[in-house]
Design a protein around this ligand. Structure first.
Ligand code: ATP
Length: 237
């Protein structure tokens, strides 16, 4: 059984039909990437999975259990958390407080402390800035904080929305290295990226979204070799 299954999901914003029957699966331990142009529906897919927008049709299952009928906070409790596009950290709260917010549903203080240490091991720069307010962090540090905050929910599936956006190449590599490490340590990841080259370099499989539909699916190697993908997303001719 898939860890996460999105089955024929249709999502609307008012009359705008943003997802037109999206189906995808993520197995335990995989990194699956969702690539596509601006407006293809990548963020909408993530926001539908975590319950921020309700699908009008279709279903979403976490280890076989229907989650699309549940409110967003319960979905976090079941094991899905997201580092959203644009980071959305709490700019007036400190690094520590932002991380604590990620654990808002948890009562296991020892586990929370252990996970905070894990975040600091992954991102030592956050530890150095533990008392600094989020709004004064650099873009890269804010991205680290957004990922760290999502990890504080101790997710079984981590959703990452454009972690490379607006970052210098070296930082992008650092962030992707951490994403690989997290996966190596057992976290299942759905990674949305416009930087298809980077995403396909660490993912096991991928889906290409075009105007609210899955246009292509395959292993990362297959997608990298695909002439259509090369032309549209990898800067090939
Ligand atoms: P980007 O990389 O630009 O974020 P995306 O692939 O994540 O693109 P979405 O943000 O999911 O795309 O958008 C999918 C479609 O839904 C687009 O046509 C977009 O204009 C529309 N859309 C997204 N958010 C809203 C909203 N809040 N209200 C109305 N339409 C929306």
């Amino acid at each position: 059984m898939a860890m996460l299954e999105v089955r024929d999901v249709h999502t609307y914003y008012g009359n705008i039909h943003a997802l037109k029957g999206v189906s995808l699966t993520i197995d335990k331990g995989e990194i699956v990437t969702l690539i596509g142009a601006n407006g293809a529906g990548k963020s909408t897919t993530l926001n539908t999975i975590c319950g921020l927008i309700k699908p009008r049709q279709g279903s979403i299952l976490l280890e076989g259990q229907e989650i699309h009928v549940k409110p967003a906070h319960q979905i976090v409790g079941l094991g899905i958390s997201q580092a959203p596009e644009g980071r959305r950290i709490f700019s007036r709260l400190t690094v520590r407080e932002n991380l604590e917010m990620g654990a808002f549903l948890r009562r296991d203080l020892d586990g929370i402390q252990r996970d905070m240490e894990r975040v600091f091991t992954l991102f030592p720069r956050l530890k150095e800035r533990i008392k600094q307010v989020g709004g004064t962090l650099s873009g890269g540090e804010q991205q680290m904080l957004a990922i760290g905050r999502a990890l504080m929910a101790n997710p079984r599936v981590l959703l990452l929305d454009e972690p490379s956006m607006g970052l210098a190449p070296l930082l992008v590599e650092e962030i992707f290295e951490v994403v690989s490490q997290l996966n190596g340590a057992g976290t299942t990841i759905l990674l949305v990226e416009q930087n298809a080259l980077m995403a396909l370099s660490i993912a096991h499989r991928g889906y290409v979204l075009e105007t609210g539909r899955v246009a292509l699916a395959g292993s990362a190697a297959e997608l990298r070799e695909n002439p259509e993908v090369q032309r549209a997303y990898l800067g090939g001719n």
